[in-house]
Design a protein around this ligand. Structure first.
Ligand SMILES: [Zn+2]
Length: 154
């Protein structure tokens, strides 16, 4: 082997502050990284896949959903993760982008909140010992989907 880059990485084992499921869309990478720091999540186990929480809420097939659940299970087992952060984002290509909602930001956001809750219910049912935080990301920031669609006042 030939060394092509030098960088000193911390070799110590760690406890993960959260497992974070998010889309691989490059447009949201920076806001996700900044939000995690703001939220105090300095050691995240990043699960970065097309669609983010869609892989649990509306997976293309059982394999996709089971693979992601296994990633969460591994984070909990290997890094004692106590919290799972679920995210999805505006104009996500796996949903057909904003165009799939005829450009209606409100309709898109409402659908994503329903998706986030569907994913959150699955994670809570699979791993009752962890906290679950669902977030919607758009081009203005990060929104906590903190009430269940259909609940009073939501
Ligand atoms: Zn996406």
């Amino acid at each position: 082997m030939q060394k092509v880059f030098h960088f000193d990485s911390p070799p110590e084992q760690y406890v993960a502050d959260a497992a974070v499921l998010c889309c691989f869309d490059q447009r949201i990478r920076q806001v996700v990284n900044k939000f995690l720091r703001r939220r105090g999540i300095l050691r995240p186990d990043m699960i970065v896949v097309a669609g983010g929480a869609k892989t649990l809420a509306s997976p293309r097939n059982d394999f996709e959903r089971d693979f992601i659940l296994e990633q969460v299970r591994m984070s909990i087992r290997l890094h004692q993760t106590k919290m799972v952060m679920l995210t999805c984002h505006s104009d996500c290509a796996t949903y057909g982008g904003l165009a799939a909602y005829d450009g209606n930001l409100q309709a898109e956001a409402e659908n994503h909140v329903r998706e986030l809750w569907r994913a959150a219910d699955l994670v809570r049912a699979s791993f009752p010992q962890v906290e679950v935080e669902p977030y919607f990301i758009n081009f203005e920031g990060v929104w906590e989907a903190n009430c269940r669609p259909g609940d009073r006042g939501c």
